[in-house]
Write a protein that binds this ligand. Structure first.
Ligand SMILES: *[C@@H]1O[C@H](CO)[C@@H](O)[C@H](O)[C@H]1NC(C)=O
Ligand SMILES: *[C@@H]1O[C@H](CO)[C@@H](O)[C@H](O)[C@H]1NC(C)=O
Ligand SMILES: *[C@@H]1O[C@H](CO)[C@@H](O)[C@H](O)[C@H]1NC(C)=O
Length: 294
């Protein structure tokens, strides 16, 4: 028994080391499906990519991971298009497919030169979204790379910016009537950039100006650390629900004091829009809002 455990431990350690090596050498080109070859410019070493909008004829750039994950920590370092980025929308999101899909979104809304981007986020479960929040960032996201990542387990989903939580979404099944938590929907990672002139900048008043093209958003240092499962693979999904990604430990399954305090600071200082506070839209505050700081 002791020997067996020892061997198991060794095997796991070796696997972890191997996957770390594989992770650091993996080429994005192999890990992602490139939908717009012209709009996805991979770096020479294959580990970074620029999404590029060049002209009206190609108003879209996108790529999607080949793998999908069910719980885990998924993210990337991103540097957004500088100068006049009005009308552009740059995204990093997880999504499943179908009409009952799940989706977690980071969408960066560009702006006129010198005016701040907004970070728009949303969460869909079972095809239902309508949970938009928008924050201003406490730095200029065009000057340098910043780290945006999702931490998703069976109890809690948190959106981070440079390791500061900007949004939480608790599993309130059993607490809030009819509440659904994303717990059986493996998702792929999507990167995209597109012309969102209709709504993105100052409510759609400022449109994308193609004279300011190319618009370039740079992504690197991807973290794809999740429980792998394809969308229709029930066995794999079940295994993920029972994995350490589902239950990575107290620290990740609850918002501790420090992170709650950070989230309150974001709430007090950086919120631009919060569906929870939109009474014309939701005459009664959605019940889930009571349980999530932001
Ligand atoms: C693509 O990226 C390389 C650097 O990796 C850069 O030198 C080149 O100018 C880029 N090309 C375009 C068309 O953006
Ligand atoms: C763009 O800048 C204007 C003026 O500062 C600001 O009101 C707006 O929230 C900014 N962001 C977007 C996406 O419109
Ligand atoms: C997985 O399931 C087994 C048996 O159902 C249980 O004992 C174990 O605690 C579960 N592991 C996790 C990580 O949830």
């Amino acid at each position: 028994m002791g020997l067996f455990r020892g061997a198991g431990y060794l095997a796991i350690t070796t696997l972890v080391l191997l996957s770390l090596v594989a992770g650091s050498q993996a080429k994005l080109k192999d890990q992602f499906t490139t939908w717009t070859p012209n709009g996805c410019n991979y770096s020479a070493d294959g580990r970074a990519v620029d999404l590029v909008l060049r002209s009206k004829n190609e108003p879209y750039a996108s790529m999607t991971s080949k793998k999908s994950w069910m719980y885990g920590q998924i993210g990337a370092w991103i540097k957004l298009a500088s100068g006049n980025s009005a009308g552009t929308v740059t995204t990093l999101y997880l999504s499943s497919t179908g009409n009952k899909h799940c989706e977690f979104d980071y969408e960066f809304l560009g702006n006129e030169t010198g005016q701040p981007y907004l970070l728009h986020t949303n969460i869909f479960v079972d095809g239902v979204g309508g949970r938009e929040q928008q924050i201003r960032l406490w730095f200029d996201p065009t000057l340098d790379y910043h780290y945006y990542n999702f931490q998703w387990n069976k109890d809690l989903l948190v959106f981070y910016v440079d390791n500061t939580p900007i949004r939480m979404f608790r599993n309130l099944e059993g607490t809030v009537t009819n509440f659904l938590y994303p717990k059986a929907c493996p998702m792929k990672l999507y990167l995209s950039m597109w012309d969102g002139s209709k709504w993105a900048t100052q409510g759609g008043r400022v449109k994308l100006d193609w004279n300011a093209a190319p618009f370039i958003a740079s992504y690197k240092n991807f973290r794809l650390n999740g429980c792998e499962a394809m969308q229709d693979d029930k066995t794999a999904i079940h295994n993920c629900q029972n994995s350490t990604y589902a239950a990575p430990g107290e620290k990740f399954q609850r918002m501790g004091g420090t992170r709650t305090k950070q989230l309150r600071e974001v709430k007090n200082n950086y919120v631009h829009y919060n569906y929870c506070d939109d009474r014309p839209r939701y005459p009664e505050m959605p019940e889930e809002c009571k349980y999530n700081v932001l």
